[in-house]
Write a new protein. Structure first.
Length: 154
């Protein structure tokens, strides 16, 4: 089963790649690695999931936001590489959670992102090193932002 078929089986429809909201590119390939810029939980209509975990949003809402980030990240990866089939493996993920100072469940929130990559690429290719950290604020008060590094072919 190729990755497009796997996406369909998982019920995931990739939107058009979100446009950058600043002066940067979505991703850069260098030395066999793809460095992806941070992506937020933006819906195709341009609205985003905003709020602070532990104040405005609970863990499940945060996981849903992180899942949306994963879908947007996949759209960006496909746009940069031309095909998700060029991804060899996830190398590193940095998940940033907009949260209250006493919120300590950042890893559970970022699992919403990581789970999508493991479901799509499998355990060996989809799981990499990861950090999940809390931030006092993220751009436009988005709930979650993730950046990542992937090993790519060709």
């Amino acid at each position: 089963m190729n990755l497009d078929q796997r996406l369909e089986a998982l019920g995931i429809v990739l939107p058009p790649a979100p446009r950058p909201i600043g002066n940067y590119v979505p991703g850069v390939v260098a030395g066999g690695l793809l460095f992806m810029s941070g992506v937020g939980p933006r819906h195709p209509d341009g609205t985003s999931i905003t709020g602070k975990l532990g104040v405005d949003l609970d863990v499940e809402q945060g996981r849903a936001a992180a899942r949306l980030v994963a879908i947007n990240m996949l759209a960006n990866i496909r746009a940069v590489l031309g095909s998700l089939e060029r991804v060899d493996r996830v190398v590193k993920t940095l998940g940033m959670v907009n949260c209250a100072p006493d919120f300590g469940l950042q890893p559970k929130v970022i699992d919403g992102f990581s789970n999508v990559f493991v479901e799509l690429f499998g355990e060996e290719r989809g799981r990499g090193a990861r950090s999940a950290v809390g931030m006092p604020a993220l751009p436009s008060q988005i709930a979650v932002e993730v950046e990542m590094v992937l090993q790519v072919r060709g």
